[in-house]
Design a protein. Structure first.
Length: 228
């Protein structure tokens, strides 16, 4: 009984306070509603923006011309999506595609700038290693083989389980083979050939390995004749 009386006393105090502070209660309720609506709108807007970005990126399927000629999307088209929908899931993918398109077009300085931008804007993204690999290829193509090799060596050392690593090893082996590090190149190629097996990457490693071995055989034959 005493507990019930205490509860009634507390309820009476609350009702008395509520009557005196009706305006405060209403204001608080309005603020809570506004915050709630703001969160709902923000989530809806973010979802709508993500969807729009994904649709925009998926719509870039190349250009089929009236005469039947097909041309791929331009780097600028991918960059437009990366700029318009920055910080969406589609934006970093668009940057990788833009850098790759520039590289395919032989515009290595442009590709390098895009890959570098990716690393700065999305440093923790799962595709970051792809951007680093892209940087290394750009440096290799512009004659900066030492910088390219350093990037690839660091990538291979830190991220052994990344899907891009086999391609990084192929690229590094290619650089080693033309800079006098033949044994290191052979080790990398044999490693890729073994780990990749009958995949396209494994086949490429096999081809490069055969070319390098053939080159070594020819060189040894020439040296033997010269020594005679």
């Amino acid at each position: 009984m005493s507990t019930d009386i205490q509860h009634l006393a507390h309820l009476d105090k609350f009702l008395t306070w509520a009557q005196k502070n009706v305006r405060l209660i209403i204001t608080g309720a309005i603020v809570i509603c506004i915050i709630g609506l703001g969160i709902i709108w923000f989530n809806w807007h973010r979802t709508a923006r993500e969807n729009a970005a994904s649709v925009a990126l998926l719509s870039l399927t190349g250009h089929l011309h009236p005469e039947g000629r097909f041309t791929p999307n331009t780097p600028e088209e991918y960059l437009n999506i990366a700029d318009t929908y920055k910080n969406t899931k589609a934006a970093p993918r668009a940057l990788i595609l833009a850098g790759s398109a520039y590289f395919t077009d032989g515009k290595y300085s442009n590709a390098l700038a895009v890959f570098d931008r990716f690393i700065k804007e999305y440093p923790n993204h799962p595709l970051r290693n792809h951007a680093i690999f892209g940087l290394a290829l750009c440096y290799e193509m512009t004659g900066q083989t030492q910088t390219a090799a350093s990037l690839l060596e660091d990538l291979i050392r830190k991220y052994q389980n990344d899907p891009i690593i086999s391609l990084a090893k192929l690229a590094l082996a290619r650089i080693y083979s033309v800079t006098g590090k033949t044994e290191a190149a052979l080790l990398l190629l044999r490693d890729v050939e073994k780990s990749e097996g009958l995949t396209l990457t494994g086949y490429r490693a096999e081809i490069l390995l055969e070319k390098l071995m053939s080159s070594l055989t020819s060189t040894n034959a020439v040296n033997t004749l010269t020594n005679k």
